[in-house]
Design a protein. Structure first.
Length: 269
């Protein structure tokens, strides 16, 4: 007699739950007559690296700032894992922001601080304000920051002031500070716009490689289409605050790119 076998339910692993889910996001700045973001929605998987492209004024930077609530959405939701970021206030919001590291276009370093101190500030929320003010960091924390700076080629610059560094070096410090926060998600806002092409390529490679090594997902605004094509398999394209493409970069031909960068609503610039 034949024996019925149970189906093999382990052969296909279940897809991972989204790390980030953005739904119907709308943002309007005070005094403006039109939304900067209009119904933006997408999901980001754990460890995924995604580029966001679009013309100036399309809403790329606003999107990143709305995700971590540096800009307040007036409609829609942002979920990080199971947490509704848009509903948080006070201490709960500060705790959630620790899960999201931010790399800024303008570096956002404390210029008079040493390179090492700038990186250590990435974990400022993990100890008391007094210990941070007095620069009383545990030896293990300092060793971890030094190792990270060494990884990006700044091991010999620990005691340099941030304002003594080149643009590329300062961005490397910003990358280290964001990763030293031990985030689950990196929000990267046009990290290469002020850098020359060779250094820009190195910085993008560093962000991608460190994100992969750390197991961190990244959402990266990139003004340079060539860099986006080189480093991101998936791209989200915004035009006038609306997602008009979300998928492989290879699906974008020259006509599609022309449409993405053709801003029709000049009042939004």
């Amino acid at each position: 007699m034949d024996v019925l076998q149970a189906p093999d339910v382990t052969s296909k692993p279940l897809p991972a739950a989204p790390l980030l889910r953005v739904e119907n996001l709308h943002v309007r700045y005070p005094g403006a007559t039109a939304d900067v973001l209009r119904g933006v929605g997408f999901e980001l998987a754990p460890r995924e690296f995604v580029a966001v492209i679009g013309a100036s004024g399309s809403g790329k930077s606003t999107l990143l700032r709305a995700i971590n609530r540096l800009v307040e959405p007036h409609e829609g939701s942002v979920r990080l894992g199971e947490v509704d970021v848009t509903s948080l206030r006070g201490r709960d919001l500060r705790h959630c922001r620790r899960r999201m590291g931010m790399i800024f276009q303008e570096f956002n370093l404390i210029e008079r601080y040493r390179v090492l101190d700038n990186v250590l500030l990435g974990r400022v929320a993990s100890q008391s304000a007094l210990r941070t003010l007095l620069a009383l960091y545990p030896p293990a924390m300092i060793a971890e920051a030094v190792a990270l700076l060494d990884r990006v080629g700044l091991g010999d610059f620990l005691d340099q002031r941030a304002d003594a560094l080149s643009g590329g070096q300062r961005q490397r410090v910003g990358i280290c500070r964001a990763l030293f926060q031990s985030p689950e998600l990196l929000l990267v806002d046009e990290p290469t716009s002020s850098l020359d092409p060779r250094i820009a390529n190195d910085i993008m490679a560093l962000i991608r490689d460190l994100a992969q090594e750390s197991g961190v997902a990244a959402l990266c605004n990139i003004h340079d289409v060539g860099l986006a094509r080189r480093f991101a398999a998936r791209v989200i394209a915004l035009r006038d605050g609306v997602v008009i493409h979300d998928g492989p970069f290879d699906a974008l031909d020259e006509a599609a790119l022309g449409e993405i960068y053709a801003v029709t609503d000049r009042s939004r610039l």
